[in-house]
Design a protein around this ligand. Sequence first.
Ligand SMILES: [Zn+2]
Length: 254
Amino acid sequence: MSPNKHSWRYARPGPNHVADEWVQRETWGASFPTCINGIEQSPINIVTGEAIPMKSLPEISTDIDAAPHYVSNTGSGFQLFETTPTESMIANGTFIDTIEGSSKGESWVGGQKFLFYQMHWHTPSENTIDGRSFPLEAHFVHQLDDPMLVGTLHRLAVISLLYEPGPCNAFLDQFWEEFPMVPGFRQHFADGVNDFERLADEVINIDEGEGYFYWHGSLTTPPCTEGVGWYMLKHRETVSDRQIDALRYALAVS
Ligand SMILES: [Zn+2]
C-alpha cells in the first residue's frame, strides 16, 4: 500500500468526520483559489421548488462492464477504480501493470458519450435537497470521450446517487468491508464485484419516470475545477447504519 498524503484537509481530524467548511477554507484556499473564489462551486443545496422543469430531459444510458479489483480510502470517501482512462493492476498494494486502452465503460447523456473513470462514496452526502442531508452519496465520475481531454479535468460529468437510511445495501456489502482503514491507502480486492453492471444498468439508466436534477458545477475537492456537469438521480438506494458507520469510522482514522 502506498500513502497518498494531501496537504489539504476535507474535515477536521477526529471521530466526527464531516466535510468542514472552515478547515477547507484554511487548507484549500492558498493552493486552490478556485475552491474559495469560484463562481459555480459544488456541492449545492437543491431547492426543488426552484428547479426548472425541462420539456424533454436528455436520456442517460450507461454501459459499465469493468470488474473493480481494488478498493481505496481517499481520505474523503471510499473509491472503486482510478481517475485514469485505463485500469491499473494492484497486488498487495503495489502497482504491477496498466491495462492500456481498457475502457471501464461509458455513459451516454443526450447523445454525448462520456467515458466512465471511477466511483466513490461520501458520508454524509455532499449535496443536499431542500436542506436535507442523506447518509451516503455515490459519485460516478465521467469525462467526455475526446482524446484531447485525456489527462485533463475538463468536460467532466458526475452522476450522483443518494442513499436513504434503511435496509442493508446488498451491492455495497460485496466489498464494503474490504476498504482500507487508513486514509490515502488502497488495496487489492481479489473477489471482484459481481453485479456492478446491474447497479449501473438498473440504477443509473434513466427511464422516463424518475429523471434527475442537472446543474453546472465543480469538483467538490481540490482543485475544485469548474465546468463539471452534475446529474443527481431522483432514484435512491438504501444503506444500513452498519454500512454508514464503516465508512464514517474509516474516514475518522488518521
Ligand atoms: Zn465525490
